[in-house]
Design a protein around this ligand. Structure first.
Ligand SMILES: [Zn+2]
Length: 431
């Protein structure tokens, strides 16, 4: 059982080095925040992450973070809504001032294109975006380059010059590219993963040249390339589909990147496979998808209350949130681990208070299907307790408490699904 690492996922859209002018930013959707140093290479990837799809028929509230012209926002909305034609899901775009939303879109520069995967958006605070678009790469680059030329400025041009031109004359957009990236990222937002992780689909060359390519075009280190590019999904996540090279969720591939010369250009439209899969995950003609797996949805996470109780000689940890189960039952664990301020879990070899070799208090929860429970909302009804005797010496260093909810789907042999994740700010432990 791998229970060491936390990795939330943001998936990035990869673009090929668009040979012409500027390298497109890759889709930098990481499947969870990589707040701890290592990357969990066991995390399954694939066609869809069934554990993080929204409820069938959900109306998702979407807002824009400050920024982005009305014209640009309207184009984003139009492309996002493409999915509504096939999926029983609605994106309801609400005012920027809305306090509680499911998806928050940031239109800006420098953060790449990326999105939280499905309900992993719930891990983010309401003040934080769940989706980023780098608007520089939505520009009608040919138009702006022609302007620079007309001004007598000689190539090579850089992104700062492009940004300056966009400021001077805004709203010249590359509709085709914008549509491709927006549909791809909204695909992540409703639970789809990268199609190139379909088992056996792509025989990547795992050579320095490929790692260097992604370092130079995307700024990704080796771990990120392993995760975003090379990782292969468990067969389970293909949902019985066949590999779909036309999927909007597929990266483009250069022939030199594969052992057999396989290559692929960017796809600009939803494929038949995309439409079929999303309709199966969110069917319009039935209440619950036949692809449904056990899930717990955690919302309204208010705070993670941690109290040093000197009488009981330990830490009392009280997370506060609402939980909802779906029609299927899994085994659910609430886990509170200790980590150093810089993001490493404290290790233990003790028989007790040990979660995969790390110091933790945890409980297996007994939950019913289709139920709702509130923890520590109106009354105190849940705590995790970690005795100081089981906490290793931290030599005066502060620690953070990491609360996570895991689900084991024993029937499908899919274990350790991260359903929620939250941390405290650094705190000192009394000794
Ligand atoms: Zn992506």
């Amino acid at each position: 059982m791998k229970r060491y690492l936390i990795l939330t996922t943001v998936l990035f859209i990869a673009g090929s080095l668009s040979a012409q002018k500027f390298p497109k930013p890759g889709c930098s959707t990481v499947l969870a925040e990589a707040m701890f140093a290592e990357v969990d290479t066991t995390k399954p990837r694939g066609v869809s992450d069934n554990y993080h799809t929204w409820e069938n028929g959900a109306v998702l509230l979407v807002k824009f973070m400050p920024g982005g012209s009305k014209m640009l926002r309207d184009k984003v909305i139009l492309s996002a809504k493409e999915w509504e034609k096939y999926a029983n899901i609605k994106f309801q775009f609400v005012a920027d001032t809305a306090r509680n939303t499911n998806i928050r879109v940031k239109l800006g520069k420098g953060s790449g294109h990326n999105s939280a995967v499905g309900t992993e958006a719930n891990f983010r605070s309401q003040s934080e975006q769940t989706m980023n678009f780098d608007t520089l790469f939505f520009a009608d680059i040919d138009y702006y380059l022609a302007k620079l030329q007309r001004k007598g400025i000689k190539p090579p041009y850089n992104l700062n010059q492009l940004a300056a031109e966009m400021k001077e004359e805004p709203n010249r957009w590359n509709e085709k590219e914008l549509r491709r990236v927006v549909t791809h990222e909204f695909g992540h937002a409703i639970g789809l993963l990268h199609e190139q992780s379909f088992p056996g689909a792509v025989n990547w060359k795992r050579t320095d040249s490929v790692y260097n390519y992604y370092l130079q075009t995307q700024g990704w280190d080796r771990a990120k390339v392993d995760f975003n590019v090379f990782e292969v999904a468990d067969q389970f996540y293909t949902n019985g589909t066949t590999y779909d090279p036309k999927s909007i969720m597929h990266y483009s591939i250069e022939p030199w990147q594969t052992t057999d010369g396989y290559s692929l250009k960017d796809n600009y439209e939803l494929s038949q496979g995309d439409k079929t899969l999303i309709a199966a995950l969110y069917p319009k003609n039935q209440k619950v998808s036949s692809l449904v797996v056990p899930k717990v949805d955690i919302t309204n996470f208010a705070k993670l209350n941690v109290v040093s109780n000197t009488t009981r000689n330990g830490l009392v940890i009280e997370p506060s949130f609402d939980l909802k189960t779906n029609p299927k039952l899994g085994e659910v664990y609430f886990v509170a681990r200790l980590a150093t301020e810089d993001g490493y879990y404290l290790k233990t070899s003790s028989l007790y208070y040990n979660w995969g070799g790390t110091v933790a208090a945890y409980k297996k929860m007994n939950l019913l299907p289709n139920s709702k429970v509130s923890y520590n909302k109106t009354k105190k009804n849940f705590e995790l307790f970690l005795p100081f005797d089981y906490v290793p010496e931290t030599y005066g260093k502060k620690v953070i408490v990491v609360f996570a909810v895991y689900l084991d789907d024993v029937a499908n042999k899919q274990m350790d699904k991260l359903m929620y994740f939250s941390t405290t700010t650094p705190l000192s432990l009394p000794r």
